[in-house]
Design a protein around this ligand. Structure first.
Ligand code: AMP
Ligand code: GLY
Length: 417
């Protein structure tokens, strides 16, 4: 089949890689020049009209959406209205990610375990609330902020500063609204699923590492590395998350008249009272995709076609572990260096994969283009082997003005041994 992947990051590279493995002809818009074997199409993710036109002229059989920006631009609504098969939520359902206040309202309705919260449109009311509440608490700008709109405030001072920032700058959009949440303590993990209406096919678990530096130090980022599945997560916790979070969410979205179709991502914290939701994303996670897809033994489009047809599907996963380490440009998540020459990719061993994100190409050279540059993954029978293989390969590369965490999967390995 002809498949179009919308996006340009590591997640989209992994989706394209999997589709190619499954034997499809893969186009990526706009893609990245380092995505070997894929046809890159110079169309922006949010240029909905050009994307539909491309799908028509190239006779694309399926389109898979990566980033939230394309979803919020209404790409799914427009493709569906034109009779093109596309996997992703309509704009009304993508609001689950686009608005934290909307997500909270749906969770309340579906009785999904999550942090207690209040929403404020007024700065002074928000400030008065935190004085009464006391620290620690979590301050979140409503709307898309690429993971940068969240402040985990351990002191009232920090909480106050975050609220003032949200209401007095236009970083987070003109209509400022803030969600203030109870602080939850526990291990974070991600659970994703293929969803169509009430039909849900859960994936295996994964764990991202959101802080920039080793030991979970430094600022929050889009994610610095991940592994899948989590060897230390109990089956009962997984089942509880599927039954108390994924299924009720899918059902409530249908009941509200905004059925969800696409990849659903639940960010969870395993508290003493069981798993609780910290966020929903209306798309595949990044870097979670890069560590989940290498473990998926079933062809991706078979799973998608089954879920959309509301048919049961015996999804198969390899009995292996995948680890993915993100290499970021120095300065990320702030002002990041770009233009550095990254080399050594041609000599990498066969048992690692590289998924490109913030890189570009100049003749035969891979050049850094800011932010998260690429993810290197390895899939092995044990997590320890996967980790050793990925880090050993990483050390053979020349990566000036970059950094990566050296402790991806460290917590899981410490638990096993
Ligand atoms: P979010 O953008 O909502 O995923 O939040 C970014 C990060 O902030 C999460 O990955 C958590 O580490 C942290 N966080 C968000 N909400 C909470 C909460 N209620 N309690 C503790 N930590 C949180
Ligand atoms: N890795 C977290 C996210 O994709 O939002």
């Amino acid at each position: 089949m002809n498949v179009l992947v919308i996006g340009r990051g590591g997640r989209e590279h992994a989706l394209a890689w999997k589709l190619k493995q499954d034997g499809h002809e893969v186009f990526v818009a706009p893609g990245n020049l380092n995505m070997d074997g894929m046809t890159c199409v110079p169309i922006e993710e949010t240029d909905v009209v050009a994307l539909v036109r491309f799908a028509e002229t190239e006779q694309i059989d399926w389109t898979i959406v990566g980033p939230e920006s394309a979803l919020m631009a209404g790409v799914v609504d427009v493709f569906a209205a034109n009779g093109h098969r596309i996997f992703g939520p309509a704009k009304a359902a993508a609001l689950l990610e686009g608005s934290k206040a909307f997500a909270k309202e749906v969770m309340r309705e579906a009785n999904i375990p999550t942090a207690g919260y209040e929403t404020f449109n007024d700065k002074d009311e928000a400030l008065a609330y935190i004085e009464a509440q006391g620290a620690p608490l979590v301050v979140k700008a409503d709307g898309l902020a690429a993971g940068k709109g969240v402040t985990v405030a351990f002191t009232l001072e920090e909480a106050r500063a975050a609220i003032i920032d949200i209401f007095t700058t236009d970083k987070f959009g003109a209509q400022s609204r803030v969600v203030i949440e109870e602080f939850l303590e526990g291990e974070e993990f991600s659970l994703m699923a293929f969803v169509s209406g009430e039909h849900v096919i859960p994936m295996i678990t994964s764990q991202d590492h959101k802080r920039a530096f080793d030991g979970d130090a430094g600022p929050n980022t889009g994610g610095m590395g991940a592994y899948s599945p989590m060897p230390h997560l109990k089956e009962a916790v997984y089942k509880e998350a599927v039954e108390r979070v994924l299924f009720p969410l899918a059902k409530t979205m249908v009941e509200r008249g905004t059925p969800f179709e696409g990849f659903l991502y639940a960010g969870l914290i395993l508290t003493e009272d069981g798993p609780k939701v910290i966020e929903f994303n209306a798309r595949f996670g990044d870097p979670e995709t890069e560590v989940i897809l290498p473990n998926l033994a079933s062809p991706l489009l078979d799973v998608i076609e089954a879920v959309v047809a509301k048919e049961p599907y015996p999804i198969e996963w390899r009995d292996e572990y995948t680890i993915g380490i993100v290499v970021a440009a120095a300065g990320y998540p702030g002002q990041a260096v770009s233009g550095q020459v990254l080399s050594g990719f041609d000599q990498l061993p066969d048992d690692v994969l590289v998924f490109h994100a913030g890189t570009t190409r100049d003749m035969n050279r891979v050049i850094g283009n800011g932010g998260r540059l690429f993810v290197i993954t390895s899939t092995k029978p044990t997590l320890l082997e996967a980790k050793r293989t990925a880090y050993a390969a990483l050390e053979t590369l020349e990566l000036p003005e970059t950094f990566y965490r050296t402790d991806i999967a460290g917590r899981a390995l410490a638990r096993i041994f």
